[in-house]
Design a protein around this ligand. Structure first.
Ligand SMILES: CC(C)(COP(=O)(O)OP(=O)(O)OC[C@H]1O[C@@H](n2cnc3c(N)ncnc32)[C@H](O)[C@@H]1OP(=O)(O)O)[C@@H](O)C(=O)NCCC(=O)NCCS
Length: 207
């Protein structure tokens, strides 16, 4: 049996619930993001108010396709998964998403990140996204192992911009159109609440 994966989740995780994030989750989401900035980007976190403003807006702009989901264990947010719009033309705007996975430092390496990304891949298939994308620092071993094991492709290395201290790989995941998705089933030990976000005027809905 390979190390990690679904079997590990069944053994290592207590029950976690994955649900849509709400504005009340803002502080939990930002705390986890701030704690992951160094490993994700190799820089010190920006001022907390900036992060709060940024994620509050993301929470407000959720649609059926795009948004943030939190992994909750015993009423505590232990990680979150974002899927954000990243293309600006009518063909790709609703079919390509940028993926972002963050797990609280005290909960890492217990399968929560894998469960969240599996959830995102399943969601992507359900809402007919065609592709997920992500930039991952070449030093971010946990993140690289995660995407490498879940069917993502390394497309290339991004050119370093300005004062970047880290180099980044560009990764993409082609969402299967049928039930062959890696994330076809939910890991044992996970419950998923598929409650939809409220509809905003002018927001995009596929189904
Ligand atoms: C990257 C991250 C989301 C992974 O979540 P996690 O819950 O810790 O990871 P999992 O337990 O699901 O394990 C996923 C894989 O990473 C490996 N892994 C986990 N922690 C690791 C570590 N510290 N060093 C090396 N590998 C590690 C696991 O062994 C597993 O790989 P395997 O299946 O080949 O065994 C999490 O570490 C995190 O939040 N990091 C900081 C934020 C960040 O960098 N996010 C990504 C931005 S692109």
């Amino acid at each position: 049996m390979r190390h990690g994966g679904i079997e590990m989740l069944a053994n290592a995780l207590e029950l976690i619930n994955i649900r849509r994030a709400k504005q009340q989750d803002l502080t939990g989401i930002v705390d986890i993001w701030l704690a992951g900035v160094l490993s994700g980007f190799g820089i010190s976190p920006p001022p907390t108010e900036n992060a709060l403003r940024f994620f509050a807006e993301k929470l407000d702009l959720q649609t059926e396709i795009f948004g943030i989901w939190v992994a909750v264990r015993e009423d505590n947010i232990v990680g979150w998964q974002g899927l954000y719009p990243c293309r600006n033309n009518p063909i790709e705007a609703l079919t390509v998403a940028e993926s972002s996975t963050y797990v609280s430092p005290t909960t890492r390496a217990k399968g929560v990140g894998r469960t969240l990304l599996l959830f995102a891949q399943e969601h992507a298939m359900r809402v007919q996204l065609r592709e997920l994308r992500g930039n991952i620092a070449t030093t971010n071993t946990a993140s690289l192992r995660l995407v490498d094991s879940l069917g993502w492709s390394k497309v290339g290395t991004l050119p370093r911009a300005r004062n970047d201290s880290l180099e980044f790989f560009f990764y993409a995941y082609a969402v299967p159109s049928d039930r062959k998705c890696h994330s076809r089933f939910e890991p044992i030990g996970t419950t998923v609440d598929r409650a939809q976000p409220r509809q905003r005027a002018g927001s995009s809905q596929l189904s």
